[in-house]
Design a protein around this ligand. Sequence first.
Ligand code: GDP
Ligand code: GDP
Length: 461
Amino acid sequence: MSFTLAIVGRPNVGKSTLFNRLVGKRLALVDDQPGVTRDLREGQARLGHLRFIVVDSAGLEMAEDDSLQGRMRRLTERAVDEADVCLFVIDARAGVTAADEYFADLLRKRAKHVILAANKAEGRAGEGGLLEAYSLGLGEPLRLSAEHGEGMDELYHVLIPMAEQFEAQNVQQAPETDVDVSDDEGEDDAENWRPTEANPLQIAVIGRPNAGKSTLINKIIGEDRLLTGPEAGITRDSISVTTNFMGTPMRIFDTAGMRKKARVVEKLEKLSVADGLRAVRFAEVVVVLLDVEIPFEQQDLRIADFAETEGRAVVVAANKWDLEEDKPQKLNELREAFERLLPQLRGAPLVTVSARTGKGLDRLHNAIIKAHEVWNRRVSTARLNQWLGAMTEAHPPPAPGGRRIRLRYMTQVKTRPPAFVVMATHTDKLPDSYQRYLINGLRQDFDMPGTPIRLTFRDQG
Ligand code: GDP
Ligand code: GDP
């Protein structure tokens, strides 16, 4: 499965930095000065299971003459023509410039497929530019930070369906069809996030040592491919297993395996947290596995909190349920502790399982599927605004100093996890409690348990 991806954009937006990250070597030249002379650079990129050729184009210059810029531009056009897909990079901190608009137009006419990316979007500085990027009419922009390695997972997931399509075309020489990434109105439109053999649902099973992670994964894959038990120093080289969990293709990141390796170096506690954190980055759905005898340990809380911050869907599973005598009583205790200790995961499903007996695995499977579906959910702008109207009517925003805060308009700007933007006035005066009111309302009214929901306000004066 190979295809060519060209990274294009005006100078200084971070193309080389991104190229380096994809290729994993310091092959391209990075320089603060715009227009540093370069050729096209090619490298073999790796992203998850994808392998492809990446081309770092020189800065797309607007000059049409025979100057250096003119030559660079022709070089770039050649890269665009030859690439299967173009990753069009803008600088989220600088916002959309005239040059970006010019090249968006060129790419729209010339490129086979375009993925729009707003780079330098780490922290908050890029938020405005990210929203502006929609105006380029190239669909939903990816939020990237090439320098900090953020957004690579999202890029991976956008590329997967395209890679499959290129592969199919290579086989059949089928006529070109467009991958539509620009539809932001349709609801539940895209089926392409649904797990398939080639694009399995990615989960990580995390939890404290001895919670039963290996036992659970063994049970899921239905064979003793992982070694369980109390002996120290058991090693496995693979950190993920692909399996079919009750009819759903899944790739499971196995922190237990990583941890067992770590035992050798006797930094067990520390490393198991670090491994958990790493696994969370790869996962779409994070299963926080608790030992029902010692639930919600500090370590569990830290990783669960990290999963929320990283925007992953979360399912909490209480393991060793077979050991419980008074199950209803214990369930109440767990629910209470969950709400008290992890209020940020409110609404995430809590299921009980026994990895040893296999009881409750169907509940776990269904909770994972549901959380994943919700994480990918898109709500139409029309429905959102109808809802916003009803919410503000039922409970109007406050009027600090007699000036009413108006929530004018709302739209979903992103999925995985769902992110919404509300255009409003005097947003700085809006109390946190009102934001929580809206987030809880969204969760309830659109049935979105188990996923973080991002809500931001954009001030319109
Ligand atoms: P190119 O001209 O588009 O290839 O851009 P470079 O990769 O040479 O990067 C231009 C400048 O932007 C360099 O100083 C990079 O360190 C910086 N840069 C690249 N990516 C990021 C990022 O994600 N965040 C920030 N803050 N700076 C970045
Ligand atoms: P890990 O460190 O999280 O991978 O945990 P393991 O899978 O190695 O399990 C640790 C211990 O808990 C082992 O002795 C397992 O047999 C036991 N265990 C795992 N799941 C269950 C369960 O559902 N019920 C009971 N009673 N014991 C379990």
